[in-house]
Design a protein. Structure first.
Length: 437
């Protein structure tokens, strides 16, 4: 089986190394040896250290490599939308099997790839696109195909999980924790894709598509990052017996008209310390799946890095290679349900709202009246002097309110009205609460 490798950076180099080190085992598992037909790179002259590969295999002509008749499998670890989309569509339409780690492309236009795979008759595998080496996507699309999945909740971005874990452990602010993550190599020089939730949103779209047999794209995912999470938010979460995580949440449920829909969102949220995801620290990933027959399932491990991601890539290469030798292909995309995606305003969630209010009689009643007008029920109220200082009547006070479950639009409207009250000096923070607190 001859492979065309597109990209030879951190992940691509690890793929080459593992192909070399495990050549005999891989050949035994597949029933034929794996050979690299060529490696497409941006620059030929780059120093690649002691990579165990013939320099003559490198080329800058990715499309020409893909079109070669002696290529059976195309492995793409370049990333981005273009030119990767054009390359992979070309390969799939030509009947070649494709293994990709490109979460952004799958979330942006996975439909084009699946359609091209159906047209050409090859396999499209992408285990490495979500949660690195954690075996997650294949269980969703194969092992759990006989079950009904109702909800998927996950920590799928290691950078943000490291930052939030550091803030929780040390009391540091966001900027300090991000600086530490950058120094340790967990955060890129430009961390926008991670801290603003774009990376997690792409993964949420892929997970929802597989879990609910529905095409879900990145544009369907409500996205919020962690840049507004403060040390005070983390301290407030601790006081409630919670921690804060950037969660991707994909859920099946009925809308107001009773139609079955899916909701897909990414945002920071408080979860109780007893929740399975609360103990996931450092740069680890974990995904919690709730299925009707199988019950709750947890997938945990390293979600990024060259070697873990290359492990997932090689697992897919073995699978598609065995299929080609047997003259079969894997099951095609399952999008039969075609469920509508519910707007974020209709998603059912809970809020933790911290207010700086005037410390005088009648304030709590006025605030409660705002919640009542929007049909939002209050679960708990905690009141104290502004800044958490010693008790005693002053000009301002802190008011922390946790709501019961309500539509997100009603909760957001409540916060907007609170911001306009004279007695509310400021809405210090708003965070969603998940996990059954």
């Amino acid at each position: 089986m001859r492979l065309a490798l597109l990209g030879c950076g951190t992940v691509g180099s690890e793929v080459v190394r593992l192909l070399h080190e495990q050549a005999a085992d891989l050949a035994a598992r597949i029933g034929a040896p794996l050979e690299i037909a060529g490696i497409a790179v941006r620059r030929l002259g780059r120093d690649r250290g002691d990579l165990p590969v013939d320099p003559a295999l490198f080329t800058t002509d990715a499309l020409g490599l893909i079109k070669r008749d002696d290529v059976d499998v195309v492995v793409e670890v370049v990333g981005g939308i273009e030119p990767a989309r054009g390359w992979l569509v070309e390969a799939l339409r030509a009947g070649k099997s494709v293994v990709t780690a490109n979460k952004a492309l799958l979330a942006e236009d996975g439909a084009a790839l699946h359609d091209a795979a159906a047209e050409g008759g090859g396999d499209l595998y992408y285990e490495a696109s979500v949660a690195g080496a954690i075996p997650l996507l294949r269980p969703l699309r194969e092992s759990l195909h006989g079950d009904r999945i109702n909800r998927v909740t996950g920590i799928v971005n290691g950078t943000t999980n490291f930052i939030l874990s550091a803030m929780d452990a040390t009391g540091a602010g966001f900027a300090e924790a991000l600086e530490e993550a950058t120094e340790l190599g967990y955060a890129e020089a430009d961390p926008t894709a991670d801290v603003e939730g774009f990376d997690a949103a792409a993964k949420a779209a892929i997970l929802a598509s597989l879990a609910f047999h529905t095409r879900v794209g990145a544009a369907d995912v409500h996205r919020e990052g962690i840049t507004e999470v403060t040390a005070a938010d983390v301290a407030s979460a601790k006081a409630m017996g919670c921690t804060i995580k950037l969660l991707c949440i994909a859920a099946r449920g009925a809308d107001a008209a009773g139609r079955e829909t899916v909701s897909v969102r990414v945002h920071p949220a408080m979860i109780p310390l007893g929740h399975p995801l609360a103990s996931v620290g450092d740069a680890f990933n974990a995904v919690f799946v709730e299925a009707e027959a199988a019950g709750p399932l947890m997938f945990y491990g390293r979600g990024a890095g060259g070697a873990p991601t290359a492990s997932a890539v090689l697992g897919d290469v073995v699978a598609v290679s065995r299929n080609r030798l047997a003259g079969v292909r894997s099951a095609s995309e399952s999008a039969y349900a075609d469920l509508p995606v519910r707007p974020m305003g209709e998603a059912l969630t809970r809020y933790h709202i911290s207010l700086d209010v005037a410390d005088r009689p009648g304030v709590l009643a006025a605030v409660a009246g705002v919640f009542a007008r929007h049909d939002v029920s209050i679960a708990t109220v905690r009141q104290g002097p502004a800044g958490g200082g010693a008790a005693g009547r002053g000009e301002d006070a802190d008011l922390v309110i946790v709501t019961h479950v309500a539509p997100d639009a009603a909760l957001a409207a409540t916060v907007r009205e609170l911001r306009g009250l004279d007695i509310v000096r400021s809405v210090a923070s708003v965070l969603r609460v998940e996990g059954g607190l």
